[in-house]
Design a protein around this ligand. Sequence first.
Ligand SMILES: *Cc1c(COP(=O)(O)O)cnc(C)c1O
Length: 359
Amino acid sequence: MKKYNFNAGPSILPQEVIKQTAEAVLDFEGQGLSVLEISHRAKYFQPVMDEAEALMKELLGVPEGYRVLFLGGGASMQFCMVPFNLLEKKAAYLNTGVWSKKAIKEAKAFGEVVEVAASTNSIPMDFDIPQDCDYFHITTNNTIYGTEISDAKLQEIYRKKGKVTLVADMSSDILSRKIDVSQYGLIYGGAQKNIAPAGVTFVIVREDILGKVSRYIPTMLDYRTHIEGGSMFNTPPVLPIYTAVLTLRWLKKNGGVDWIEKRNIAKAELLYNCIDSSKLFTATIMDKEDRSRMNICFVPKPGKEDIFDDFFAFASAKGMVGIKGHRLVGGFRASCYNAMDLEGVQALVDCIHEYEKKF
Ligand SMILES: *Cc1c(COP(=O)(O)O)cnc(C)c1O
């Protein structure tokens, strides 16, 4: 039976990328060696690293003055690396849920942290950004609660920030939509949502924001170390970086971020329309502007809570994988990352319609 992978992360990758990765595990680009056993220093791997950085820059329109790094440690490591490198006195954070909260917790170890606003079921905009803070941190897509900062609200944040450096956790919506990288000092994320298997973290950093804090930064946690080392100061996660290149090639070949953004909008509309007109389910995020295109959360309507197990079993029998909501939200969450096609979302919509008929 065909499986439809709605896992929140690690998550779906394009089938052809998985096949090409499997081939490279057996024979890396005709070299007679597995990608698992080549040296990252060898002539084989440098071109991969170069291509990874070049494709990220090309697909996202990264301007001059920025570097793209591929590191270990996950987005969670960035929660402490960001303040370690950038927070001298004070930072501001927008708290939009679990991941923002974890980032805030780490920053508090380094200086004063202003939480400008907090909400888990909407993107609050009623705040000012203190102009004397070292940076302002946002989470553009909230993987657990299913909210995402719309383009209009991002524009408002760009205006509000004035001269303050903007930092964003884009783990779960990187490359799913066009963004204006020039507005950011630093963008980071775990690659396991839209780019690669788990094990690699991307960081897009404008070089001129570094070197301004007075504390000692441990070598491995200092962005300058990895800039100088070309992401190879120590052994990089070779396999996930190779798969990242394959995913980026796939995205470029199909039409880049313009193409995928249109497809993601169509997918999200299809599923939200289905949920909004459903007799059994309701979306958890009411304000349409704040709804995530990547992580679509829905719950049984009040009074219908007992259908949870039954629908879960019904959908699982039809090949739907990973649709259980996060325990903090309950209900269901369909993660519709870049590699999920319209046909996959249509299959889930058909499944919901069929279940309603049966019900
Ligand atoms: C998944 C996720 C993280 C955590 O990523 P790790 O690589 O597991 O540390 C952080 N932020 C957001 C928005 C996420 O979706």
